[in-house]
Design a protein. Structure first.
Length: 345
């Protein structure tokens, strides 16, 4: 007996050896059933001259969004009415076990997040994490890393909630973890298109920036690749989406460029945190500067994004200009500070 999903992944199996020493394994038959996407009645399987025939039954389970499971049984004898009844009952029980109730989704999402962090080197590693990430891949084992950046934590939280609801409707789990306070990485199946992935974030999409990477085997996904996507996402304007070949920001991660940006940051934006009367106020000043720069220097748009008054934005910008000792009215200075802020980690 074997249970597979419609991507051909084996969810469970039980092999056995008959009395005359024939080893029965239903995995290949189950994968074929998933490929054909249908049930089959009592089907006789010829194994060639001198070898006893086998009989096969495949039961298609309940559709869950875009996911469906199949249970396939092989036997060395025709199935009786009782056998078919037992199989139908077993398929019903397996269906219940494979369901993904809403009250378990949050816990499973957290588990997925842990597995992703472990794989990217943000913690330890283990085979269980690999098994979880394999479930995020398509039938070829490919995933599409996607980084979402937001100006506010609340906007990122909303994007995550929208993505969770969308994946739930498709009968799948969400695989994501935060990178920084306002950025997070998501894993989607490698077969999905850029615009399809962007639509996953629903009503939160206009307030976030999305960078979608190229399909890659999940074992080869690295933190360096994710960080490049993070840099690309942070250079976008809210509501923008970019694919793997449209960002054009790889040059920002060249060692010489990073060294120059880090040096300029130490001379300017790194002073902003110290300018705050508390760590929280320092983060508010940094967030204000980055949001203002992304908006093209528009105080009203910055105030609306941050949910504060325009006068508050102007007051913060004056403090930032004083702390960094720069002229924020100079377009060259603004361009330089934009590159510095989006590449700070």
């Amino acid at each position: 007996m074997a249970v597979t999903d419609n991507d051909g992944r084996v969810q469970g199996r039980c092999d056995r050896t008959t009395a005359d020493g024939v080893r029965l394994c239903a995995v290949d038959a189950a994968k074929n059933a998933a490929l054909n996407n249908h049930s089959s009645a009592d089907h006789r399987v010829s194994r060639g001259p001198g070898r006893p025939d086998l009989w096969r039954i495949t039961q298609r389970m309940t559709l869950q969004g875009e996911r469906v499971h199949f249970i396939t049984v092989l036997a060395d004898h025709p199935f009786t009415t009782h056998d078919r009844s037992v199989l139908k009952h077993a398929a019903g029980l397996a269906d219940i076990l494979l369901q993904r109730p809403a009250y378990l989704r949050r816990e499973r999402t957290e588990l997925n997040s842990l597995a992703l962090r472990l794989h990217l080197g943000l913690g330890g590693s283990g085979t269980s994490g690999g098994q979880i990430l394999d479930q995020a891949a398509d039938g070829d084992g490919l995933v599409r890393p996607t980084v979402v950046a937001a100006d506010r934590v609340a906007d990122l939280d909303k994007a995550r909630a929208e993505a969770d609801r969308t994946t739930a409707r498709g009968g799948r789990h969400l695989v994501t973890t935060r990178l920084e306070t306002s950025t997070a990485v998501f894993l989607f199946r490698g077969s999905r298109a850029v615009e399809d992935i962007a639509g996953t974030f629903g009503t939160a999409r206009p307030r976030v920036r999305i960078a979608v990477g190229e399909p890659v085997e999940w074992e080869k996904l690295t933190l360096e690749r994710v960080r490049r996507l993070e840099t690309a996402a942070r250079t976008l304007t809210p509501g923008s989406v970019v694919g793997p070949y449209g960002a054009g920001t790889d040059w920002l991660d060249r060692p010489a460029v990073r060294e120059a940006l880090d040096l300029r940051a130490s001379e300017t934006v790194d002073r902003i945190t110290a300018a705050g009367r508390s760590p929280e106020e320092g983060r508010e000043l940094m967030q204000t500067l980055e949001t203002w720069l992304r908006s093209g220097g528009k105080a009203a748009a910055t105030a609306e994004t941050l949910g504060v008054h325009r006068h508050t934005v102007r007051t913060r910008l004056n403090r930032i200009a004083e702390a960094c000792e720069v002229d924020l009215d100079d377009p060259v200075v603004r361009a330089e500070l934009l590159l510095v802020t989006v590449t700070r980690r």
